[in-house]
Structure formats: structure tokens, C-alpha cells
Design a protein around this ligand. Structure first.
Ligand code: SF4
Ligand code: SF4
Length: 95
């Protein structure tokens, strides 16, 4: 997985800790280690690593997470096009 970072402080990811049951599913599916689950609910530990793929929100059974999915992928490609980063956000890689 490339160590690509999104543009700082613009990620739309939101966590409602009051809804979170601590099931751990979001941390399992996140490809960038953005979330951890401990004592006893989820916590965002690396917001700017989020590529807004939407996997966490789609897999959260408590609707505790929200994110404008898809924006991060497009931004990563655009950042690559202007030479600021690699041209992939990394969320779709299969190897
Ligand atoms: S949107 Fe994707 S990258 Fe961001 S926290 Fe959720 S699973 Fe991780
Ligand atoms: S998937 Fe949802 S309910 Fe489960 S730990 Fe993550 S935020 Fe909490």
C-alpha cells in the first residue's frame, strides 16, 4: 500500500461515538489504519490518512460513521496529475 496522504484537514469522515458499539468492523475494513477500537469504542487516529473510500461507513452496523465517499480517490488522482503525489489513492489495489 503506498504511503499516500490526502490533502490535510479536508477529510469528510465523521464518527458519532455515542452510536458506536465497539464491534471493530470499521478498523478491520479500513485500508489505511485511520480507525482503532479501544475502551470501548472507535476512535479516529489518523484522519488525514483517510482516502474517503467509504468502506467503514458501509460496514458500520450502527451508522456511527459518515464520509463523502469517492472524493478522496478523485483528489488523489488529481494530485498525481499535478505532480504532488502518486496518481493512486491505493484503495483499489488488489496486490
Ligand atoms: S473512508 Fe476508507 S480510508 Fe477513510 S476511514 Fe473509512 S475505510 Fe478508512
Ligand atoms: S463499525 Fe461502527 S459500531 Fe463498529 S466499531 Fe466501527 S464505528 Fe463503532
Amino acid at each position: 500500500m503506498p504511503d499516500l496522504r490526502y490533502i490535510p484537514n479536508v477529510v469528510t469522515l465523521e464518527l458519532d461515538a455515542e452510536k458506536c458499539t465497539g464491534c471493530g468492523r470499521c478498523a478491520e475494513v479500513c485500508p489505511h489504519g485511520v480507525l482503532v477500537v479501544e475502551n470501548p469504542t472507535a476512535r479516529i487516529v489518523d484522519r488525514d490518512a483517510c482516502m474517503e473510500c467509504g468502506a467503514c461507513a458501509r460496514n458500520c452496523p450502527a451508522q456511527a460513521l459518515s464520509v463523502n465517499a469517492g472524493v478522496g480517490c478523485a483528489a488523489a488522482v488529481l494530485a498525481g496529475a499535478v505532480g504532488r503525489a502518486e496518481s493512486s489513492c491505493g484503495c483499489c489495489e488488489t496486490s
